[in-house]
Design a protein around this ligand. Structure first.
Ligand code: FES
Length: 161
């Protein structure tokens, strides 16, 4: 079992090579604290050597890359965890895995884009209005959600609890 990063003149890297924490940090730019956090959330996995040092299979770099992409896309870590349970843990995600994940995240982006467009549309209706009415303003009280929670100053009641 090799515990080395790729270096000139060495045999080709294997996905099962073990990388030290420092090597993973150097390759990904991710801080040790973040790696430990991802590990605690079950997003990546480490093994321990006799000295109790963390060692990561090289194929974990792909998972870390996916986490970084998800972060850039604004995907919540809980959603990343949800899709990661469908990925293999004993090898790097395949091309098909990545295609499935990226399709799912594209859908997520589309939902968020539609949500922001809807907010923008409502905001346009508020420009120049200024009523900030609990009944009339869709931004303040979308779909009259407050009305469904009963009469009176619902938000003040909730804040005092
Ligand atoms: S401020 Fe009047 S509708 Fe939003």
């Amino acid at each position: 079992m090799r515990t080395t990063g790729e270096q000139p003149g060495q045999e080709p890297a294997s996905p099962d090579d073990l990388l030290t924490l420092g090597e993973v940090i150097a390759r990904t730019g991710v801080a040790a604290s973040a790696l430990r956090f991802y590990e605690s959330k079950g997003l990546i996995f480490a093994e321990r050597n006799e000295g109790n040092q963390r060692l990561y299979r090289r194929h974990m770099l792909r998972r870390i890359s996916l986490i970084l992409v998800a972060k850039r896309l604004g995907i919540h870590l809980a959603d990343v965890a949800g899709i990661f349970v469908t990925l293999p843990t004993d090898r790097a995600p395949s091309h098909e895995d990545w295609e499935r994940v990226s399709r799912s995240w594209k859908q997520d982006l589309e939902h968020r884009r539609r949500y922001v467009e809807n907010l923008e549309h409502q905001l346009i209706g508020c420009i120049g209005c200024g009523c900030l009415s609990m009944r009339a303003c869709g931004l303040l009280n979308p779909d009259d959600d407050l009305g469904k929670r009963g009469p009176g100053p619902v938000r003040l009641d909730e804040a005092s609890r």
